[in-house]
Write a protein that binds this ligand. Structure first.
Ligand SMILES: [Zn+2]
Length: 291
């Protein structure tokens, strides 16, 4: 079982340009009685397009693997809403899944080859612990939603896709604010996935008092607390829907309650109003519904 890193400082989680092509499962989170959110990240993919994902489920780490969905392209997560409810006795094959549930995501590409990763559903082997994990995360979600949190769109930065022509042969983006890729080097979606929506709580932080090596006060650096999903990584962009303030994620740490990770604490920097990231469209009236 892959335990999420307690801290993902800086760009340590960012894909490198060298190393094997791998797929990493970043979430297998139950978000409802019959819903499991599965999120992944590709590392060192070299191709623009043509990644094809299959999601499987099994009752043991060695299978047999039952395909849940096949032929997914151009996505980084999947919501399995056919996860069997504990009381579902109509399908004996699904009942056998109740003791242990593993998810596997397999990716193929004609150039990069294939990669896959599997992971036990978060909460592990014990069904009571799984429902406790689900409840703690749901409660944490409600706390942010009903508390001082407001609606947030998460723009996940793309790490694979069609390369922008502002990228040099060595892979360096030559124009930081290129209009086609927003400095990501990838032109699909202008460098970002379609928004996913959640809630977030901004807090003024002591970071405001810090000074950089250049001697400038970084007054636009704050902390944001968001729920556990979707998994956020450095260089993703957060949009607060009520005032349209946009922030770049710098690092992510996870907070625990009763040994269960329930929140993501993000250190973010406010983007200048002139930043190209303000051109990306979000639905300012979206009501996030995860639980
Ligand atoms: Zn570009």
């Amino acid at each position: 079982m892959t335990i999420p890193n307690s801290q993902t400082w800086g760009k340590e989680q960012s894909p490198r340009d060298s190393g094997p092509f791998t797929l990493e499962l970043t979430r297998t989170t139950q978000v409802g009685a019959r819903k499991v959110y599965i999120q992944w990240q590709l590392r060192n993919g070299t191709q623009a397009i043509g990644y094809n994902f299959t999601v499987y489920r099994a009752g043991s780490p060695s299978g047999p693997w039952e395909p849940v969905v096949a032929g997914l392209t151009d996505v980084y997560y999947f919501l399995d809403d056919t996860y069997p409810a504990p009381t579902d006795r109509t399908e004996p094959a699904l009942m056998s899944l109740h003791n242990v549930i593993y998810y596997k995501v397999h990716v193929t590409n004609s150039i990069d080859g294939e990669a896959e990763a599997s992971q036990i559903i978060e909460g592990g082997l014990d069904r009571r612990r799984r429902s406790m994990v689900k409840k703690l995360r749901r409660d944490a979600w409600i706390k942010i939603r009903k508390g001082s949190g407001t609606e947030v769109a998460v723009l996940k930065r793309r790490w694979w896709g069609t390369e922008c022509d502002c990228k040099t042969k060595t892979g360096v983006v030559t124009r930081a604010h290129c209009s086609k890729c927003n400095g990501t080097g990838i032109i699909d979606g202008h460098g970002y996935w379609n928004p996913t929506y959640t809630f977030g709580k901004r807090s003024a932080s002591n970071l405001m008092a810090q000074t950089t090596s250049e001697g400038k006060t970084e007054a636009n650096r704050i902390l944001v607390t968001i729920p556990y999903i979707p998994r956020v990584e450095p260089e993703d962009v957060l949009v607060f829907l009520r005032d349209d303030k946009r922030f770049m994620v710098e690092n992510v740490s996870l907070t625990e309650l009763h040994s269960v990770t329930v929140h993501q604490e993000l250190q973010v920097t406010e983007l200048a109003k002139s930043a190209r990231e303000y051109n990306m469209l979000v639905d300012n009236w979206h009501d996030p519904q995860w639980f």
